[in-house]
Design a binder for this molecule. Sequence first.
Ligand code: MN
Length: 417
Amino acid sequence: MGLIRSWVQGANAVDAPFPLNNLPCGVFSTDGEEPRCGMAIGDFVLDVTGLEEEGLLSLEGGPLLDVPFWNEVMAAGPDVWAALRAQVTAVLAEGAAERGAVERFLVPRSEVALHMPFLVAEYTDFYAGRHHATNVGTMFRGAENALPPNWLHIPIGYNGRASSVVVSGTEVRRPWGQVKGPDHAVPSFQPSRRFDIELEMGAVVGMPSDGPVTVAEADAMIFGYVLLNDWSARDIQAWEYQPLGPFQAKATATTISPWVVMKAALEPFRVATPPREVPLLPHLQEPGPMLYDIALEVALQPDGGVETVIARTNYAEMYYSAPQQLAHHTTSGCPMNTGDLLGSGTISGPTKESRGSLLELSWGGKEPIAITGGTRSFIEDNDTLTLRGWCRGAGYTIGFGDCVGKVIPALADPYAR
Ligand code: MN
């Protein structure tokens, strides 16, 4: 399928991130107004809350867009998701008779503030990238113990904090925490000196589950995907992580991109996970391709400086797909809810330039990387980190919107009152 042409300005260029094929879901506001649901199209946001109010959009069980989050649509299921896309596509398509009625619901993207697109119910983060797990395992435990013995059999994860998930553009304050280096007899409490990013994709659960689901059922439950930056304090992590996994190292913030790209927009880009080194048990096997060919990059910009792209990789590098992770998540009977967010795990590729964290890029700080005007081992104060992702179709692009966060200095005294 090629580009679906639209009458909206900026929607038809081959490299435009928001063609009619995309229609990602966000929440926006303009000066002084309450946030509303919108879909990105060309250079604009389509006010779908307004469209539904006016009867130009009609969803079963509606109104579903009269709240400043997408959870009601997400919970309504795949038939409503398809109906939404079909109706919006019809009114925005080139030659649509509704153009005159719909035009007043377009707001220039340059004039809007973007908010959290959905209410995060719970947040789980995985560790499902082979290259990342091998790199980090080598640094933390040595090459012989790099991959834990369970790694090739289950997608390892930990339960994170929904409260820490923030939308792109939110500043992230460098955390304090307890650390202990190998040369120190006792731990100390100090601002993190090894603050880092993790380049990930986030899967957004639409339909809830109660009891174990198959990988195919898990795929059907997923509403869409976002870019996700799992900010990580490596010095805190190294001290605290055994035996129950990361805790405060990952609890400062997790930034997501402002637009949820619906699964339907990603269909043409499905790819299979790589060949298994050992076969998975049947309940975790993929019935079809469930990763996506999404090009990814990370950029770092010092305060007042020039941006450097420090990593380029692809979501297709993952060993486990989000449906496999979601299916595994339910094996115990764990109920999953509308708005649950699943981080993929850091997406590193096989080459040095394709590593999705500074920990790997600088090999634990031993090999600082070059950026324009300096070097970096880990994030410095007032650095801005930007994740970008896109799929290239035949004559069009699917963009996610930048996932941006600036790291501001740690508090002088976190307990000052
Ligand atoms: Mn992570």
